[in-house]
Design a protein around this ligand. Sequence first.
Ligand SMILES: NC(=O)c1ccc[n+]([C@@H]2O[C@H](COP(=O)([O-])OP(=O)(O)OC[C@H]3O[C@@H](n4cnc5c(N)ncnc54)[C@H](OP(=O)(O)O)[C@@H]3O)[C@@H](O)[C@H]2O)c1
Length: 330
Amino acid sequence: MEYRAQSSRYEQMQYRRCGKSGIKLPEISLGLWHNFGYVDRYDTSRDIVLKAFDRGITHFDLANNYGPPPGSAEENFGRMMQNDLHPYRDEMLISTKAGYLMWPGPYGEWGSKKYLVSSLDQSLKRMKLDYVDIFYSHRPDPETPLEETMAALDLVVRQGKALYAGISNYPADVTHRAADILKEMGTPCIIHQPVYNMFNRWTEDGLMEVLEQDGLGCITFSPLAQGLLTDRYLHGIPADSRVGKQTGFLNEDRVNQMLPQIIKLNGIAVKRGQSLAQMAIAWLLKDKRVTSVLIGASSVRQLENNLGALENKQFSQEELTAIGLVLEGK
Ligand SMILES: NC(=O)c1ccc[n+]([C@@H]2O[C@H](COP(=O)([O-])OP(=O)(O)OC[C@H]3O[C@@H](n4cnc5c(N)ncnc54)[C@H](OP(=O)(O)O)[C@@H]3O)[C@@H](O)[C@H]2O)c1
């Protein structure tokens, strides 16, 4: 059926400025790492993406290797762009990345200019786009000079293949150097994409300060710790879950290890009148330096549940203390 976007799509969502750039991101963005590859049902993937856009999610995050198989999330998304979302391209912020293994030989991963530039060309073809809004270096490369990786980002922006440059998984000190290099080149780095959630708080150890000082936005990935910070595993391992399907890095041992804390956090969420997923998202958004929370979802129901987080982003001091104690293992 022909898709027409909801006319009410901008009524509920709030948008935050991305660092010192000209663009704003929705408080919740959608990532296509899992659940959008050829192994997944196309109709479900499409329903999630279109529902997201209908609810004011303007930002969709991809990478060359998302699938499986690698590249297939971009191809599926390209099909949606061509068939459904084409009229709305100017209302959307689409990002992709290169850094992890994509093709064999010495030029198929990491941070060389050779790899980054060819990878973006491939991504544009798969997504049937003339340009992406943000192009990321997906991970720091310990061997390639940082100047070369940043020069690749600067080049694709100058070529118009990407509008903005970003970095992901870079530690605080390298982030500061990368931002300096790009600033010098006249192509500011506008955004960092780190993992950040209640169970992984490494960003609080210096990175957030660097981002604020250097004027970068922050989009936090795996905000639900890949599903741990939800009610998904409260009563065992569902066969259709990320752990049940065994398609990723999350496994049963990790679920068992975290379950006591998950149960306690769920109790706090219930008292707040929220699902655990909603509380985990709200907990990130309480920090104004977080520009957007980058969620994943395997169903429209999950997406809608996550959007419900925006109805209560306030925490009392008692709630924060209670959450803090659980996270300390008390
Ligand atoms: N830059 C990087 O290196 C990097 C790395 C990882 C991710 N990312 C980005 O971040 C995005 C999000 O990552 P993620 O998928 O790990 O995020 P996440 O939001 O932490 O986890 C998403 C998973 O949680 C479960 N879930 C979501 N909402 C739920 C709800 N309301 N109730 C119950 N379960 C719920 C679903 O698991 P089930 O599938 O089991 O239903 C879903 O697939 C990715 O798509 C990607 O764009 C970037």
